[in-house]
Each structure stands twice: as C-alpha cells, then as structure tokens.
Design a binder for this molecule. Sequence first.
Ligand SMILES: [Fe+2]
Length: 496
Amino acid sequence: MKEKLKGMLKGKRKSIFAVVGVSTLLFTVGIFNASAETNFIKSPYMLFEGSNTSMSLLWQTSDDQANVIKWGTDASYAMGHETVGTFGTDHQHKFTITGLKPATKYYYDVDGQTGSFVTAPADNATSVKFLSYGDSRTQPSYQEQVAGLALKAYAADPAYQTILLNSGDIASSDTESNWTAQYFVPGSTYPQLHTLQSEVPMVGARGNHEGAGSVYGKYFPYPYVSNFYWSFDYGPVHITVVDEYADYKPGSAQYNWLVNDLASTTKPWKIVMAHNPAWGAGTHGNDSNVQNVIHPLLKQYGVQLYLNGHNHNYARAEVDGIEYLTSGGGGAPSYAVDPTWPNIVKAESTYFLSEFDVNGKNMHVTSRRLDGSVIETVTLNNNKLPVANAGLDQTVTDDCNGNSCKNVNAPKRTGPKDPGFEKITLNGTESLDQDGTISSYVWKEGETSIATGAAPIVNLSVGTHTVTLTVTDDDGATATDTVVVTVNPSSKDNNK
Ligand SMILES: [Fe+2]
C-alpha cells in the first residue's frame, strides 16, 4: 500500500514537473520544503471509515503540492511519516494511517497543522462514549459554541474524544461557498470548531440542505454502500446511516440493504441515524415515510434509538419502546417546539450537544444547552427479558413414598378426608436468559412461596396445584410461567 502510494507520488511529482515549467520554484517551496509555504484551504480533519485500526485524514491546499504527515502516540510523531500528494481536481489530500491499535489516542502533524484522534473501540468493547449534534448550517457562531460543549465534554472525560454524529443539514446548500463559510470557515474566527474538526471525526447523514451532496460527498467520502448510506460498528454499538433523500421504500436497494444490515448485526446496541423526524415536536411535520417504512424495521430488529435532525430543537418521543431523538440544536436558527405533538416526552427550543454513554446494558444520553446545563438524561436499557419455563404439567399418585403419606398400617380412621402428600420435583431448568444468567427461581402457590431453586423437590398434597415460577435475571428483570401438578390419592390412603 505504502509502496503503491510512493509510486503514485513519484508519478505525481513527475507530472507536476512536466506541466510546470518553472519547476525550480515548485521544487523549492511546493514539495520538498512544503512546511514553510503550505497554504491550507481546509486544515486536516478526520474521516472515520469504520475501522478501529486506522484513521483517514483529509485536507486541502491552495495549489498542487505534497505535504508531510507524521503521526505517533505523542507529539514526537515517532510512529511514521509520509509525503502525501493531491487527489482529484481541487488540491485535496487524503492519507489513511493504518496499523493502529483500537481505543488509542494518536497525534498527527501535517506540515505544522497538528491534531489528535482516538481510534474506535475494540470489537469486544462493552462500553463507549460519543457525541452528536445536527443542523449546524447557517449560524457557525452558534455551532462554535456547540463545538465548545464537545471540547468541554472530552476535556472533562477523555473517553468522549471519539466520534461526532451529525444528523444532517451541515451546511445550507450544496455549494463550496456555503461549506466554506458555514462548516470549514478558514481563519481563526471559530477556534473551537477548528479544534473539534482536528480532534474528532464527524460522521454525518445527508440532510435536505446537503442537496445532491456533491460537496458533502467530496469532503466526506465515507465508504458509502450507495448514495449516502452506510453503516459501521463502534464498540458495542452498530450505527446505521440512512439516506432519506435516496429511495428507501420497500423494494428499493436501500430498503433491502437496511433490512439486511439490521438483521445481520450482532451488536447489542443499534442506532439508526437519518435526517427526517418520525416523531418530532415541529416545526417540520412528522415524516410518514419514516413512520411507515423505517419504524417497523426498528421495531422488528430491536433498534433502540433513531437519531434525526431537520427540526432545529430538542425533541424526544417514545414509540413502541424506541427512542426518537431530534438532535437539531447544532447552530441553525432555533425552531419553537410543540410538546403536544404525538408521542413527545420532552421538547425544548435550544442549542445543544448530546453525549452518549453506553455501558453494558445501559445507554445514557445527556443533552446540554450552551451554558452546560442539562436538558435531560435519558437512560435506555437493552436487557433482554428472561424466559421462565416451569416445566411440563405433572400428574402423580400419592404412592406413600412421600414423607406424609398416611401410615398404611394404621387403623382406618373416620372423620374428614385427610389427603396424603407426594414428593414432586419441579423443573424450571429450561428457563433461560439470552443475554445473561438467571439469578433466582421462586415457586409460589397462590401468594405462598413453596420453594426456590431451578429444580426443587416439594411436598404437595393430594389435589390440583397451580404453581407459578418467577425467574429473575442478572439485571433484575423477571418472567413467570405456571405448571399444574395433580396429585391423585393413593389407593392405599387409609382414609378410604
Ligand atoms: Fe433539514
């Protein structure tokens, strides 16, 4: 790979020399002594392409030049260096640093532009943190403040230096000028936004304002499956990015891909990110296509959260146990909220950042206003309920082997019938917990506890007993099942 790149660069240099007559100047400042003269149009930023052992860096320069990238686990950048030429027709550069360790912080330097990133978690990680906002577009001065919240989040807890999900409408139109003025913003006006871009890769979803996505796709060439949809794992979370401005109706290529994507992931947490709200709190109406096409799939495949933008506010709805979070507080002018809209649990018109904290079977989503105050923290739990199995119904005859069978040798008594007892082994061993263990078994007849354990032996009197088994899993969730045990009297019962 490196050899190939070196070969390409060599070829590139030759072509540059061939085209540019005044090669002496270029030789001096453009390639081999680039650091002093490099003019960055877009400072280095990251592209997370789904791997936890690599990270791609992109940048753009004012002319066709090569730059030296160096990287390492500290600011001595001792792990490697490479000279990177341009690609495409607009002086873009892209270099993928490979061979990295998961969940590790690395530092880089591209001709004096420095930054850092943290690789994605190990495949078997059970916890992870990440950030999100959306609808940043026309007010970069507000996005600057939301970016400041992100910097604060990982200054306080470095585990938040991971990825930033952006639910779309990153810039207000599909033009270079808007992307420059609203997102990349050269110069020092928005230092927090620049720092965030140099330290946390943004993973976006196409919004309506991305339009055809020619600029978005140019600067954010994720490994799309097609159009602007793709998916990736991030530790214990599978994140599926849906492009709602490409066909996703049943029968479409995206629909088929989405079904397969959600059906095949084995991750315990699933998030679908797209731009339009299924259930929001205004101003844009709810999208019936998301409700009718996406929602059934989220339900069927156990997706816990749908992250969207489009409405410039905070809104959270709950439908069939799925959280619908509108993450549209990234900078675009705020929209009023109407909390009476269907299924809305919480809504607020504000700018904000959301912090996702996934830890085992819990996900906490804390959303903060610009002053750092908390709108709310939502806790999701993805524990799978245990299944109780109290065993097959049993019919037995009091065979006097039980500890209270009447003494068959005793004189026959008169008076009320005095039933015997029979020892019964209850069988709860077929109970299960798919994502943990069963920590307790309690057997009750009516309100009376008669035994504990997976397969206890109980003494049941002659008659019919409906016994309820309650199992509790290691996360405290319970399930019940009943078994009917019939004890027939013994022919030797001395009451007869
Ligand atoms: Fe939008």
